[in-house]
Design a binder for this molecule. Structure first.
Ligand code: GLU
Length: 316
């Protein structure tokens, strides 16, 4: 009997380059977000992909040194900080169930007495931001978030795009509605303007794919920062953040993302996605065109291809 020869492990660098080349050529790029006017100015043809492997090797292709607005990808890091501060007390203010609703939906909040479904929809992330803010001035809270990202990414040049923050501050009427509504139920402790000021600014943090993939490494290594060996969060917490990314990280497209990609991931309307292959790699992809759920269209397709070629789905 002839034994089937074991397929050779694909070369990560080649896979990443092939995906980026293909994605840059594709015409079906989705629509760039325009409800935050400043985001509408981004070049829809941009595409970047960076993979930081468990052993620290980096495979990068495309526009991976161009900073983009991370928007809701920041919610992974604010959740991590808020859990560090409040522990399980945080879950009194925010749930852990997928919403099945658009990212800025109001209707569910009314039915559920001002408690947002999960920390990754806008209402939930505003409640999480409020927790980080408590006991601090807005500037201090924002500084803490920014320093956390700089520390994780080992890059002190990461900053906030003030034009994006101002643009959302001027036009974020839905978020004002969500925050005021939660305030009426006593879910927010701080003045709505303060909480939203911090929220808009952390959404406006600008990072490159390279920086974002580096910042995600602690979720690959059960909460440990591989650069220093120090614990960022306990292993159990890292598992749980990954679980929430898998179930809630793509709004009403979360089921589809889990089905197609099979990895924990968090998207932002700037077109970025951070995906984690536990024990294997931290991945950042950026393509500004979005699908109808507000998730990067080509970003998701690129991750689907990458996970398939590398055999990285958490489902085996
Ligand atoms: N700052 C955006 C908002 O609150 C974030 C949305 C997103 O990235 O999904 O609408």
């Amino acid at each position: 009997m002839k034994l089937a020869s074991k397929a050779a492990m694909p070369d990560l660098e080649t896979v990443v380059k092939d995906i980026a080349d293909e994605m840059r050529r594709r015409p079906d790029r989705g629509e760039v977000a325009s409800y935050i006017p400043e985001l509408a100015r981004v070049d829809p043809s941009a595409f970047g992909l960076v993979v930081v492997g468990a052993d620290g090797t980096v495979a990068a292709s495309g526009d991976c040194e161009t900073p983009f607005s991370i928007q809701s990808v920041s919610k992974v890091f604010t959740l991590t900080l808020a859990l560090g501060k409040a522990g399980d007390r945080l879950w009194r203010k925010v749930g852990r169930e997928p919403s099945g609703s658009p990212f800025n939906s109001i209707v569910q909040l009314e039915r559920e007495c001002g408690i947002p479904r999960n920390p990754f929809i806008n209402a939930g992330a505003i409640a999480v931001t409020d927790e980080i803010l408590s006991g601090h001035e807005p500037r201090e809270a924002l500084g803490e978030i920014l320093r956390f990202l700089q520390f994780l990414a080992e890059d002190s040049s990461i900053g906030i795009d003030e034009a994006v923050a101002a643009s959302e501050q001027r036009t974020g009427f839905r978020n004002f509605a969500l925050a005021n509504y939660m305030k009426s139920f006593g879910v927010l402790d701080n003045p709505v303007d303060f909480t939203l000021g911090v929220y808009f600014h952390h959404c406006a943090i600008a990072m490159t794919c390279q920086q974002l993939a580096m910042a995600g490494r602690f979720l690959v290594h059960l909460g440990r920062d591989p650069a220093t060996g120090h614990s960022v969060v306990q292993p159990e917490r890292a598992r749980r953040i990954n679980a929430l990314m898998l179930t809630c990280g793509h709004y009403d497209g979360s089921g589809e993302f889990a089905y197609r990609v099979g990895l924990p991931g968090k998207s932002g309307v700037g077109g970025g996605i951070l995906a984690i292959a536990p024990g294997k790699a931290s991945i950042a992809v950026w393509s500004p065109g979005l699908d109808t759920s507000g998730n990067s269209r080509l970003g998701r397709i690129a991750l689907e291809t990458l996970a398939r070629k590398m055999g990285w789905s958490i489902f085996g």
